[in-house]
Design a protein around this ligand. Sequence first.
Ligand SMILES: NC(=O)C1=CN([C@@H]2O[C@H](COP(=O)(O)OP(=O)(O)OC[C@H]3O[C@@H](n4cnc5c(N)ncnc54)[C@H](OP(=O)(O)O)[C@@H]3O)[C@@H](O)[C@H]2O)C=CC1
Ligand SMILES: O=C(O)CCC(=O)C(=O)O
Ligand SMILES: [Mg+2]
Length: 432
Amino acid sequence: MADPVLTPPAGGAKISIQDGKLTVPNNPIIPFIEGDGTGRDIWRSSVRVLDAAVAKAYGGQRKIHWMEIYAGEKANNQFGTWLPESTVQACRDYLVSIKGPLTTPVGGGIRSLNVALRQMLDLYVCLRPVRWFKGVPSPVKRPDQVDMVIFRENCEDIYAGIEFEQGADNNAKFLALLKEHFPKEFGKIRFPETSGIGIKPVSREGSERLIKAAIEYAIANGRKSVTLVHKGNIMKFTEGAFRNWGYALAEREFADKVYTWDQWERTKAASGEKAANDEQAAAVAAGKVIVKDAIADITLQQVLTRPNEFDVIATLNLNGDYLSDALAAQVGGIGIAPGGNINYVTGHAVFEATHGTAPKYADLDKVNPGSVILSGEMMLRYMGWTEAADAIIAAMDKAIGDKTVTYDFARLMDGATEVKCSEFGDLLIKAM
Ligand SMILES: NC(=O)C1=CN([C@@H]2O[C@H](COP(=O)(O)OP(=O)(O)OC[C@H]3O[C@@H](n4cnc5c(N)ncnc54)[C@H](OP(=O)(O)O)[C@@H]3O)[C@@H](O)[C@H]2O)C=CC1
Ligand SMILES: O=C(O)CCC(=O)C(=O)O
Ligand SMILES: [Mg+2]
């Protein structure tokens, strides 16, 4: 079977980028991947909401021209390939796209298509804002204090996919190499005959560009702090290096805009704790962003117990994956957790929900489409279509305020009316 031939929709034009700034025509072509499992229901509901928000905000002056591109089960069924080259090329050519979730089998089979797309397009930031909508049921006492923005490194770490399966030839070769050249390290493997091996690359460039994006975001949006979240006490030369490179970058490139906990430590060592505290207080008073760090395990506790101490979070790939789902729970769950995969240099961006394909709910018209709708809201904001993005937020506030919600919220909300995935979309459109 051949790669699908894509026909761009008539009347649409490409988004382009010049000197780091997007130029968005009034009729942009935006490629979309429907997604596996619940992706089908969610996309059907979401696309109507996104179109309605644009129509409402610009009265027909602007309109998205959607172009379906294929990946996952639909691509494999129709074209015999999981990720057609034409899909990746369309994301390259049209710059901004949006996708539903794609299934990844556990313990074997194809590698993640979601991760592959991020790596092929070098979308080094996975941006996942976590905010609470008034009235959304939450397991914590003060969900209103949760307003965090995760910058998750998106192209490195163990997600690079360098793994040697136990029993495979490459595993035996790799272990032999380790034994010959690094006998001390080889000696630390408890059961070498039966070990699967994974490698975790973390580079200075990869860490710096992610942390730079997080700091720039914090400065541009008047945020209080950027916390570098890592497990650098154990993984010293990967996660520990991420932290050290982050502090060095912050002081080198943003000296007049940030104050780091590394500076605080140095001042404390030289002049005592009071001097360090005074210095930090003066930096805060001058509007500087505090760049600090926290070890990943305690972070997972403290985001629950002291949410107002966290603002922008910059972290590595795996930590960011865990943190995204955990934080989503605090503000009502994965049903309304949006995201974007972005390369701020080339402008390429693929927006997608934090959740997966939730296969048990596939085609039941049941799940919350909020995550993809809010990913679309992020996309509109990224394109500079702020009025349409604002219309979606206002509609979301209204639907949730009226307690007309999908099953995930309804089961936790007293007096709620449960609506279907498609009906929730209808309600948002009506609320605009
Ligand atoms: N970016 C992507 O495309 C991603 C893909 N995946 C893939 O998705 C597949 C399934 O992963 P799984 O671990 O089950 O995680 P999922 O996120 O797909 O689902 C886990 C649970 O989250 C809740 N949930 C998910 N989506 C929604 C929604 N829209 N509305 C309300 N609740 C929702 C449901 O909870 P409840 O049961 O309580 O109702 C569901 O059972 C895997 O193949 C995985 O690799 C996973 C994450 C991201
Ligand atoms: O690619 C996948 O299947 C899972 C990815 C994931 O969980 C995520 O990016 O949050
Ligand atoms: Mg995840």
